[in-house]
Write a protein that binds this ligand. Structure first.
Ligand code: HEC
Ligand code: HEC
Length: 231
């Protein structure tokens, strides 16, 4: 499977989840000592992270960064240890995303939204990471109730339903690397191919049938199919 070509300080984001899936966590939290205070973590998350991230348990709805429930739902479902997720979140807080630039297939550069490093520090960072790890993705992917709010706007569905968190698509400004780079699949992605994939999922991709309506699946398939390789 082809990977997107990423340059920049660090290709963080969902690449981190892929790492987790490969079983390569770091030892960041374990070495810190002390018991994390998740209620402090929750407060700090709401104040410092929620503007950019959706996290159901914290009631935040930011859309600049990935939806953290969707980002971790697959890992939770597959039974990864909470401590692995905690380490991953801590690394992300410490490193941020740097300046991420993606080459699209037609060799244009796209600057991606970035996450600054060290928004919270020291014990506070550990508390936030422990809090996120204790709640993110526990309820699975975003509930069907909130899926309904995306209507039949394909671009909104692509972002909100978590496609963006897992897939690179230049037209959507997304850089996910859990699934294939959709721009690279290009003309293979007919409306029929995409809508089938969205219905049944496969591998680490969840099935969306029953979560997204038939009209929404059609809308996001049309959006992807008409966007691939463009921009
Ligand atoms: C200014 C917006 C912004 C803020 C504030 C922010 N983030 Fe992020 N975050 C992002 C963006 C954008 C990405 C995707 C970066 C990338 O692709 O490398 C990201 C990625 C992540 C990821 C990786 C998710 C994945 O899909 O692998 C985690 C975890 C995360 N942020 C947690 C946090 C936490 C915890 C805080 C608060 C301390 C925070 N973020 C604050 C914008 C933000
Ligand atoms: C948790 C991560 C994840 C999410 C969320 C996700 N995908 Fe995927 N997607 C994948 C993976 C992994 C594959 C590769 C599956 C395989 O190889 O069987 C994939 C494959 C695909 C393909 C390729 C089909 C082909 O014929 O090669 C398309 C198109 C696609 N996804 C579109 C979407 C859309 C649209 C959404 C949102 C409605 C979405 N994905 C949500 C991970 C994800």
């Amino acid at each position: 499977m082809k990977r997107p070509y990423r340059v920049g300080i660090l290709g963080a984001g969902l690449a981190a989840v892929a790492l987790l899936a490969a079983g390569c966590g770091t030892g960041g939290v374990a070495s810190a000592g002390g018991t994390p205070d998740t209620s402090n973590g929750q407060k700090l998350f709401s104040a410092s992270c929620g503007t950019c991230h959706t996290l159901q348990a914290a009631g935040t709805t930011g859309t600049i960064g990935p939806n953290l429930d969707n980002a971790f739902a697959a890992s939770v479902a597959e039974g990864y240890a909470q401590s692995s997720i905690e380490n991953l979140v801590l690394d992300q807080i410490r490193i941020g995303s740097g300046t991420v630039v993606t080459y699209t297939t037609n060799k244009k550069f796209t600057a991606q939204p970035t996450m600054p490093a060290n928004i919270v520090k020291g014990q506070d960072a550990i508390d936030v990471a422990a809090y996120v790890a204790s709640v993110a993705g526990q309820g699975g992917f975003t509930s069907s109730a909130s899926f309904a709010s995306f209507g039949t706007d394909g671009a909104k569905i692509f972002k909100g339903a978590g496609c963006a968190g897992c897939h690179t698509l230049a037209a959507a400004g997304s850089t996910g690397t859990v699934g294939p780079n959709l721009d690279q699949l290009g003309s293979a992605l007919t409306v029929a191919v995409v809508s089938h994939q969205v219905e049944v999922g496969g591998g680490l991709m969840p099935a969306f049938q029953g979560k997204l309506s038939a009209a929404q699946i059609q809308a996001v398939a049309q959006y992807v199919s008409s966007s691939v390789g463009k921009k």
